[in-house]
Design a binder for this molecule. Structure first.
Ligand SMILES: NC(=O)c1ccc[n+]([C@@H]2O[C@H](COP(=O)([O-])OP(=O)(O)OC[C@H]3O[C@@H](n4cnc5c(N)ncnc54)[C@H](O)[C@@H]3O)[C@@H](O)[C@H]2O)c1
Length: 387
């Protein structure tokens, strides 16, 4: 696949890792990022344009400089859920309006292949807490709605202008680039793994918030996915783009839009994550049971990939679910090892809230146990709460 790929948001957590995955497979990434949240050092050694995805003149210039760009990977976005609730206008402007502008710039420059970084947080989970591409959509906050609206918009554009879009939906990326070139800019994410790292560093027990959920071991389940698996899936989608979505004329049809979920298939419970983390750091890591955090926690959910052809590392059959980088141990290790690149981001201080041992759900506990199905993933219960 000798070509170049334009990666918007390529200085961010996922975009930078995707860029490295392309480099390792001989594809040259061209990074476009405003650095509003991304890190310039994540673009080291790569072709980098600092600027906005809505800047048509800049994008025309990029395509003049690199007429061999064959695919655009669109990762640029604002992703912090609480921030999107406080300032939805900004989120709709960047995630929706600027995506519309970007799509126009790509069509004008005859780049008709886009891979859109999307979120599985827009699904309403099925009764078994899993989601598939056919699950109902029920986004719960402006961030997630902005991503869903962007998808609907891209689907309409694809029907009219020949733009072809593969939308990859995932949740809960963890870990870092295996060669530690890039990782999460915020080294202490407040999802469960981030809190484990924090507890271990502070020498206090990690609190398993809720053990009465209707999951396989009673603790909440999330479909954590290694960011390198996501990156490989983006590469696979790019390298097989025309097989997944043939050009409209060749296919003799109008469809130019395809959704593909990325997930492990069965998710990881908090207890399993505790075990994986203990494997990484040793027996010194303690965990104890506590009451569920109010409202924000839910038991959901895992992602059942249906279109195995594009899932990271090959077909995602149950027998492979725990193989390769899919297991929670390796991303846990990578997250633990990943250094803090932000010197202005001191570790949180102060005593942890008092843990309550031996919690059992009360009789009325359906809401307490099964929880609301609304917040799509643990990071939404948190301060960074990216999705
Ligand atoms: N991190 C997650 O939990 C998660 C889950 C599901 C989907 N996603 C999606 O994956 C993509 C990447 O997420 P991430 O975790 O890497 O986020 P990130 O914040 O680390 O990266 C986003 C990048 O986009 C850049 N950017 C933002 N607005 C821009 C603009 N107008 N023009 C140019 N660049 C701009 C930022 O500077 C940043 O480098 C996003 O589209 C997000 O919606 C993320």
């Amino acid at each position: 696949m000798p070509m170049k790929v334009l990666i918007t948001g390529g200085a961010g957590f996922i975009g930078s890792t995707v860029a490295s995955a392309f480099v390792e497979r001989g594809v040259t990434p061209v990074v476009l990022d405003s650095l509003v949240t991304g890190r310039q050092e994540f673009t080291d050694g790569k072709i980098f344009y600092q600027g906005d995805i809505g800047d048509g003149a800049l994008i025309d210039g990029i395509f003049r400089d690199h007429p061999d760009i064959a695919v655009t990977v669109h990762c640029a976005a604002l992703i912090v859920v609480p921030e999107s609730m406080a300032d939805p206008q900004r989120y709709y402007r960047v995630n929706l309006a600027k995506t519309l502008e970007l799509a126009g710039h790509l069509v004008r420059n005859r780049c008709d292949r886009m891979i859109f970084a999307s979120t599985a947080g827009m699904y309403r989970p099925e009764a078994d807490l899993s989601v598939t591409e056919t699950s109902a959509l029920e986004p719960q906050n402006p961030y997630t709605r902005s991503k869903m609206m962007a998808e609907l918009m891209l689907e309409d554009l694809s029907a009219a202008y020949g733009l072809r879009v593969i939308s990859l939906r995932y949740l809960n990326p963890i870990g870092a680039d295996p060669r530690m070139r890039t990782g999460l800019q915020h080294s202490r994410p407040s999802h469960a793994l981030g809190k484990m790292i924090q507890s271990y560093e502070q020498g206090v027990p990690f609190r398993i918030t809720g053990v009465g959920w209707e999951t396989r071991d009673g603790t909440a389940i999330r479909d954590y996915i290694h960011v390198w698996d996501i990156a490989r899936a983006f590469y696979e989608a790019a390298s097989r783009f025309d097989a997944i979505l043939p050009p409209v004329q060749a296919a003799g049809r109008q469809r130019g839009y395809q959704v593909i979920n990325l997930g492990t298939g069965d998710g990881t419970t908090v207890r399993e994550l505790v075990d994986a983390f203990r494997e990484v750091v040793g027996d010194g890591f303690q965990a104890e049971e506590a009451l569920p955090a109010p409202a924000t926690w839910s038991a959901r959910s895992s992602i059942r990939p249906r279109r195995a052809s594009c899932s990271a590392g090959g077909p995602s059959t149950p027998s492979r679910r725990r193989s390769g980088t899919r297991s929670s141990g390796r991303p846990a290790a990578a997250s633990w090892t990943w250094p803090d690149p932000d010197p202005h981001d001191p570790a949180p201080t102060g005593p942890p809230a008092r843990a309550v041992r031996s919690f059992r759900p009360n009789q009325a506990g359906r809401t307490e146990r099964a929880g609301r199905v609304t917040p799509p993933h643990p990071s939404e219960a948190t301060s960074r709460a990216h999705a």
